[in-house]
Write a protein that binds this ligand. Structure first.
Ligand SMILES: C[S@@+](CC[C@H](N)C(=O)[O-])C[C@H]1O[C@@H](n2cnc3c(N)ncnc32)[C@H](O)[C@@H]1O
Length: 239
């Protein structure tokens, strides 16, 4: 077996296509996790896990204990999926709204990971100080979010994206996220990059039968995708 082969490349693609809620979260979290110091004794919060594709990767590939927390997808739906995969004892499920009370103990998690979700609740100065108490000192917050390759001032989006853009995309640039995270003294940014998986993760999503995925096809066909990236930001809790 090729030691460099990705877990994602060998995963049941029909399961992934039926389960995806956005650009292939397994591919995205695998690229991010490859760069993180993850070991099996860790407790990781997967915040905004959706249907749990990223939680599955973390549990199956890294054997960590995952707390899979989401707002829109019910824990009951996810429990059935995780149970079918034999992951009952590795993934703990909770319904959590990150903008409300966070129901965990302080200094509880080695890491918080969030894939294609943080943009919905974290694009403000309040979220990092809210989450940091739940991470052990020295622990990491690692986020992967779809965004734009540069800042586009109000009304100046590229013309291919203009007809489709809606405020609920919450797409920002690397610089925008960097400036936001640098305002928080409790965290040091250890990595900020555009992810290599972007194109493939989007291409895979467009093959999904879901209505949301199909809605993206004309947007990509119009050429808007060349302005998209997936931004990875990792920060270490310093105090
Ligand atoms: C596009 S889906 C992505 C889900 C999954 N991470 C993935 O990549 O397949 C965005 C997720 O963000 C979650 N989300 C949005 N706002 C949230 C909030 N305030 N608290 C927790 N999760 C939230 C939603 O429940 C949804 O499952």
């Amino acid at each position: 077996m090729n030691k460099n082969a990705l877990f994602t490349d060998n995963y049941d693609i029909s399961f992934l296509l039926e389960t995806m809620m956005g650009p292939n979260a397994m591919r995205i979290v695998e690229e991010m996790a490859n760069m993180l110091p993850i070991s099996p004794d860790m407790r990781i919060l997967d915040l905004g896990c959706g249907t749990g594709i990223s939680s599955i990767l973390l549990a199956e590939k890294y054997d960590v204990t995952v707390f899979a927390a989401d707002l829109w997808i019910s824990p009951t739906e996810n429990a059935q999926r995780f149970s079918r995969l034999g992951l009952d004892s590795k993934i703990i499920l909770l319904q959590v709204d990150a903008t409300k009370e966070i129901p965990f103990a302080h200094e509880y998690f080695d890491m918080i990971i969030s894939v294609d979700a943080y943009q919905y609740f974290g694009g403000n100065q309040a979220m990092l100080p809210k989450l940091l108490p739940f991470v052990k000192t020295g622990g990491l917050i690692a986020v992967a979010i779809p965004g734009f390759i540069q800042d586009y001032p109000e009304g100046q989006l590229p013309e291919e994206a203009q007809p489709f853009w809606a405020p609920d995309w919450y797409f920002y640039s690397c610089n925008w996220w960097k400036a936001l995270w640098e305002k928080e003294p409790g965290i040091t940014i250890t990595m900020l990059r555009e992810m290599d998986a972007c194109q493939q993760a989007w291409d895979e999503y467009l093959q999904s039968p879901s209505w949301h995925a199909q809605k993206m096809i004309p947007i990509m066909q119009a050429g808007a995708g060349k302005y998209f990236n997936i931004i990875q930001i990792v920060g270490r809790k310093v105090s």
